[in-house]
Design a binder for this molecule. Structure first.
Ligand SMILES: [Zn+2]
Length: 457
């Protein structure tokens, strides 16, 4: 039985989909004006793993993750670059897809873009005006009237009185109440716009998600995910918009992943401790990043440091080493390990415990005489986490991309050492071994005179 921690009730609840056997899941996607950073990578990997596990558990899943391809930051950045905003967003959507592929993140089933959902967005805003949840402000922008919606604050645990008290006296006289937020924004001269009943403009950020999720999954669906930092106000606003427009409940289970921290500080652009996926990939292999992300529970903070990534790299090396040279048959999985793995994942996707099961399995595999079934089990369970799908030799010999000896050079030295050994020139053979070791390449002599090698992690 799968249990999911629901932010709305602040408890782990048994997962019961709306329709037996079917699951709809929406995750707030990227705003595409820059490269994805490790915080984005975490959202991608966490919900990709959730999707993989739901499918493994037999659910027919529709996974929707949107792309925000119009907003103030995009317009600003395109202006700075002197390019069309669509050129900017197209480029970063491509870059995002490259990062995803590198991290073995499977594409969502539907990836709606805001600029392609304008008609749905306009329809939803019209509905909100009709139901008196929204109004046109004195500047022509359309606003949501927060005080019309009872239950605002229920997701993030805030109440309207506190929020009002915290709000500075608003200089924006266009809205009736400082808490009200914009649904449709009038275009300034030179800005991109779409025609609407309220004039030429563009959608506010929040309404995009409400429109794109309900369009793809219906008014009421099972799981809504995103980063913890979105809880307030973005997701609170999504509830107000969707409930307000449809009069139906919106989402049954709210899942939020924790922050990424760098050397125990919150990762942020202003602190300058900010890493894009591309930067990290220069130093670490993509699977190491994925393993690192899954080594913490998704709701815990994830601490980014070289030390943590080195540990992830060493851990993956241990798992791949267990699979190396083992014939993987199509045997059934070992049911004991499968059960333990599923037990961990059924407990609110507890990936650190699931990984611990894989290590127990690898230890037994190392000692086993008949390895095929255990190896098959290891590889199949790891696939649910998007791990261990490379050829072990590829992983173990791949090493860090930038420096390090080329593969052909390593093979040449191994061959030279073989010749030295054949000539009983032990000094020369040892010296080659030491030379390789100094450059991070470890040799292992196998029965029959062959030598395998791997890069030190
Ligand atoms: Zn959203």
């Amino acid at each position: 039985m799968l249990k999911i921690y629901n932010t709305l009730t602040r408890s782990k609840q048994e997962f019961v989909p709306k329709q037996p056997g079917k699951v709809g899941m929406y995750v707030c996607g990227m705003t595409v004006y820059d490269y994805c950073h490790i915080g984005h990578a975490r959202v991608m990997v966490v919900f990709d793993t959730v999707a993989r596990y739901l499918r493994h558990a037999g659910f027919e899943l529709t996974y929707v993750r949107n792309v925000t391809d119009i907003d103030d930051k995009i317009i600003q950045r395109a202006k700075e670059n002197g390019e069309a905003f669509t050129d900017l967003t197209e480029r970063f959507i491509q870059a995002m897809h490259e990062d995803e592929r590198a991290l073995s993140v499977l594409p969502p089933d539907i990836e709606p873009r805001a600029t392609q959902s304008i008609a749905d967005i306009i329809r939803m805003i019209s509905k909100l005006i009709e139901r008196e949840f929204a109004y046109v402000g004195s500047n022509g922008d359309v606003f949501y009237a927060v005080n019309r919606f009872h239950g605002y604050g229920k997701l993030s645990g805030k109440n309207i009185e506190d929020l009002n008290a915290g709000e500075r006296v608003d200089v924006d006289n266009a809205k009736r109440d400082p808490l009200d937020f914009v649904l449709w924004k009038m275009a300034k001269p030179g800005e991109p716009y779409w025609d609407s009943p309220w004039g030429q403009g563009r959608p506010g950020w929040h309404i995009e998600c409400s429109a794109m999720s309900t369009c793809c999954l219906g008014n009421h669906f099972d799981i809504h995910g995103g980063g913890m930092d979105l809880q307030f106000p973005h997701l609170e606003i999504e509830i107000a918009q969707s409930d307000g427009a449809t009069g139906e409940p919106f989402v049954n289970y709210w899942m939020h992943n924790g922050f990424v921290r760098v050397n125990e500080e919150k990762m942020s652009k202003s602190l300058g401790n900010f890493f894009t996926v591309r930067e990290v990939l220069k130093q670490y292999r993509p699977e190491v990043i994925r393993f690192f992300i899954l080594s913490s529970h998704y709701r815990s903070p994830l601490n980014y440091s070289d030390e943590q990534l080195d540990e992830a790299s060493a851990a993956l090396t241990r798992l791949y080493t267990a699979l190396r040279g083992v014939e993987i048959g199509d045997a059934q999985m070992n049911s004991e390990y499968q059960q333990r793995f599923e037990q961990a994942m059924n407990d609110d996707f507890n990936t650190p415990v699931a990984l611990a099961v894989l290590f127990d399995l690898a230890r037994e595999l190392n000692k086993a005489v008949d390895k095929s079934k255990l190896a098959n089990t290891l590889k199949q369970l790891a696939a649910i986490l998007g791990l261990l799908q490379e050829e072990p030799d590829n992983f173990l010999q791949g090493g860090v991309v930038s420096d390090g000896l080329a593969e052909t050079e390593i093979e040449r030295l191994i061959e030279a050492r073989k010749v030295a050994k054949a000539n009983k020139d032990w000094t020369q053979a040892d010296s080659i071994r030491d030379q390789l070791k100094a450059q991070g390449v470890v040799l292992e002599d196998l029965a029959g005179g062959n030598t395998s090698w791997r890069r030190e992690s």
